[in-house]
Design a protein around this ligand. Sequence first.
Ligand code: NDP
Length: 256
Amino acid sequence: MPDAERPIVDLGGKIALVTGASRGIGHAIARRLLEAGATVAANAPRLDEATLAAFAALEAIRPGALIPLEASVDQPEAARGLVRSLYQRCKRIDILVNNAGILRESVIGMISDEEIDAVLRTNLHSVIHLTQGAARLMMRGDGGAIVNLSSIMGRVGYPGQLVYASSKAGIVGATVSAAKELARYNIRVNAVAPGYIETHMTEGFSSEAKAKLVAQIGLGRAGRAEDVADVVLFLASDLARYVTGQVLGVDGGMVI
Ligand code: NDP
């Protein structure tokens, strides 16, 4: 293809894994990666009716380029199994997007061990397990890109989000450590830190809480899943070939 006709972001031939791709930000990321030419392994904890419909919409973007992978990433064996299945099918992985996450809110006195376990396993342990598995494969090839979903809550905290904010701050530590260790293998590791994005995760917030959040956003509106997905696409692509170990806010100016 002549250079002039080449898309700015071309992921043709790349194999990507996106966790939690059944809806919200993960679904938008899978869409962007597919649109840019990648083959995308889209993970979800259950291939139920809603997820199958969501994946059918992705499959329609480029038929044959979507690989649905059912696994609950909070289980170490299941997370490792994701990388194994991808290796069996494609023999490689070029892009890993650690997106799957859950939000639970409790005031400090009411936090249960079950909540700590569920949130840390889903949001943080999975990032470690998948980084481990993917990095091994990327090292055997010519490198790769890992993008983790942190949150502004990992930087500024929020009442009721001790556990969630801890998991998201942990992702920052995981990102910078992995970036330092893996740079020599041409594996870049970055994170995005979204602010308030309208998805299933935030739809249960009261209208008062939503209005308060929007009032803190310089750009004057809540974020959309696509606002985050475009930045993930950039970090996953060659446009960010000299960027590693960074945590990029995608928050409309909420935290400056
Ligand atoms: P949603 O709740 O809309 O989507 C979360 C996704 O993660 C779903 O696809 C869900 O699958 C999946 N998921 C949950 N648990 C597991 C699991 N054990 N294994 C595999 N997949 C799982 O959330 P968002 O799209 O808003 O969030 C995506 C990421 O962005 C999260 O890491 C979140 O913390 C982060 N983020 C979101 C912000 C926001 O304002 N929305 C702000 C900052 C960060 P299923 O639906 O099938 O359960």
